[in-house]
Structure formats: structure tokens, C-alpha cells
Design a protein around this ligand. Sequence first.
Ligand SMILES: Nc1nc2c([nH]c(=O)n2[C@@H]2O[C@H](COP(=O)(O)OP(=O)(O)OP(=O)(O)O)[C@@H](O)[C@H]2O)c(=O)[nH]1
Length: 152
Amino acid sequence: MTNETMTTDRVPVDVAVGVLVKRDADGREGDFLLTSRPEGKVYAGYWEYPGGKLEAGESVEQALRRELQEELGITIGAAHPWKVEVMDYPHARVRLHFCKVYDWQGEFEMREAQQMAWQGLPVTVRPVLPGTIPVLDWFAAERGFQGATHRG
Ligand SMILES: Nc1nc2c([nH]c(=O)n2[C@@H]2O[C@H](COP(=O)(O)OP(=O)(O)OP(=O)(O)O)[C@@H](O)[C@H]2O)c(=O)[nH]1
């Protein structure tokens, strides 16, 4: 088997990803939350949407609720499925289940010593994780935003 087929044949790991979005009184979407990956993980310091891998028997929404409680100390309301994207990394093949979240309770606590930033387009924090870039493109399409979505 070549390296290439080994890469594409890898079974993807399902990951629940939360895109927390602020809305104004008219329901228009505004800033969204990015968090930096903690020290000791692959891509440490890269900015992403908070989330993590599904555990056995969990739904995407259950995994997201657990991960955001564990990582950020918040309790989310409904998770609205938005997009699904498969990404191939050298370390893993992941199927990212992006969900928009508009309601949450509790104070944000960075339980893994990560950083958080509310961002609009263009995103000003850097570097962003490769898997984050398509999400910025989806936001740009939804919002009619033109130009670079993030800094290189
Ligand atoms: N959380 C998150 N993970 C993402 C995003 N985009 C993306 O490609 N990923 C990838 O999805 C995987 C998520 O794994 P993770 O390491 O964050 O999850 P976890 O907390 O369950 O990890 P653990 O195994 O250390 O407990 C990583 O390979 C990460 O690179 C994103 O926006 N958010």
C-alpha cells in the first residue's frame, strides 16, 4: 500500500465542534468564539473552534455539551448542525461536525489554560488551524464578506 492510499483509507475520527455565535436583538449573527489549542496537544497555540472527539455511544450534541463543559466551563443549549467536513492531517483523519450554538450558561473558564477570543471577519488572531479556514469561508459566504478571512 502506498502512503497516499494509507492516508485516504484511514477511518475518520468523529469530532464535535462548537461554533458559538453572538446574535443581536434582531437575530443577526455577530462575533464567534475561537480558542487556542492548549500546550501539549498537536498544533498547540493554533486557533480553532472548541470541541473534541466523540466518546463511544455519544451523539455529536452530547459530545459537544461535555467538551464545552470540560474545556470552557459553560453549559450549552441546543447545538444546531451546520456543516460536516473531513480533514486529513498527518496525525489523524477527522470528520468535523460543526454546530452553531447561540445559547449557553455559565462563566467562561479556560480550564486547559487555553486562550479565547471573540472574532469577526477578518479574524485577527493567528495562526488559525487548517480545519478552521473552511469555516471562515462559510461565514464569509453567509455574510457577504469579501477579501482575506484571516492573516497568513
Ligand atoms: N476542537 C477542534 N478540533 C479540530 C478543529 N479543526 C480540526 O481540524 N480539528 C481536529 O480535530 C481533532 C480534535 O481533537 P482534540 O485533540 O481537540 O480532541 P480531544 O479534546 O477529544 O482530544 P484528546 O484526545 O487530547 O482528549 C484534532 O485532530 C484537531 O486537529 C476545530 O475547529 N476544533
